[in-house]
Design a protein. Structure first.
Length: 285
């Protein structure tokens, strides 16, 4: 019996294999190559252009940290903008906050949303049908460059800086996000595995830094994204937002009434403490 495996192609000399127990969907869209398959250990797995994007088993870690950290740090976010995130996990977590009145999600590829609703339904858990959600199929860079609305929190759930996702790491994108942020708003973005991709953090510091008064990163350990902790870019004009104590974040978390599987107020505060190798890399920026 021949065992089929999926080899991730993020790095040229290092990678991870997933055993493919069943291919659920495979298709090349106008923008990218999409595959969704079943794996005994991680459940349903989605990959784009040779890179694992999300798995059923550990998605909650990534999605909780991408949403609850900026929203609870902000304290009174009512309007949220999501760039990317076609699997619906970010949207699901954002909408768990009753204080959020409106969410606009901009996804470049309708096919990603459709396939994830069909094969990864627990990621969105009905979030796309929520009355507070406005789904826009468009290019994220063009949207933030032309949008006349403003948002308290902007979350860029982008792929790695290759292919269609590359522009979401550009100065033009960061400039557009800044113009869409309300005063004191927060911008966060996926920023790769810090140990394996330190250049991505340096590039983000150089490109995002000029547009916000306070630019930093926070981290979380997501098993699917191998090679160390996953980094998330942080940008705001209010430096106090990432320096709040556990007691304040605990109070906000309790008021939200949200139950989480990974996120805690203590992890929230601790996530901004960066490894020394990251600090050293950022010194060059």
């Amino acid at each position: 019996m021949t065992t089929t495996t999926y080899l991730e192609k993020l790095y040229t000399s290092y990678g991870q294999n997933f055993r493919v127990d069943e291919v659920l969907f495979e298709h090349r869209t106008d923008h990218q190559e999409l595959i969704i398959f079943r794996n005994e250990e991680f459940g349903t797995v989605m990959a784009l252009d040779g890179i694992i994007q999300t798995t059923e088993r550990d998605e909650f870690i990534y999605h909780e940290m991408m949403t609850h950290v900026p929203i609870l740090a902000h304290g009174h976010a009512a309007r949220v903008l999501i760039i990317g995130g076609g699997d619906g996990g970010i949207l699901r977590e954002v909408l768990r906050h009753d204080s959020v009145e409106h969410v606009t999600q901009v996804e470049i590829d309708q096919a990603v949303i459709d396939m994830c609703k069909q094969y990864l339904p627990n990621h969105s858990a009905g979030a796309f049908e929520d009355a507070r959600a406005n789904i826009v199929i468009a290019d994220g860079v063009e949207f933030v460059s032309e949008c006349a609305e403003t948002f308290d929190v902007i979350i860029s759930d982008c792929t790695d800086p290759v292919g269609p996702g590359e522009v979401l790491f550009s100065s033009r994108f960061y400039e557009g996000c800044k113009r869409c942020l309300t005063p004191g708003g927060v911008f966060v973005a996926q920023n790769g595995v810090a140990f394996m991709q330190p250049d991505e953090l340096v590039t983000t510091r150089r490109r995002l830094g000029p547009y916000v008064a306070d630019q930093s990163f926070y981290t979380a350990a997501v098993p699917t994204y191998v090679g160390g902790v996953m980094a998330f870019a942080w940008g705001s004009d209010n430096a106090d937002l990432r320096q709040q104590g556990v007691s304040e974040i605990e109070a906000r978390f309790e008021r939200s009434g949200i139950e989480t599987r990974y996120y805690t107020p203590a992890l929230h505060v601790a996530s901004f403490a960066l490894p020394q190798y990251v600090n050293k890399a950022l010194e060059s920026a």
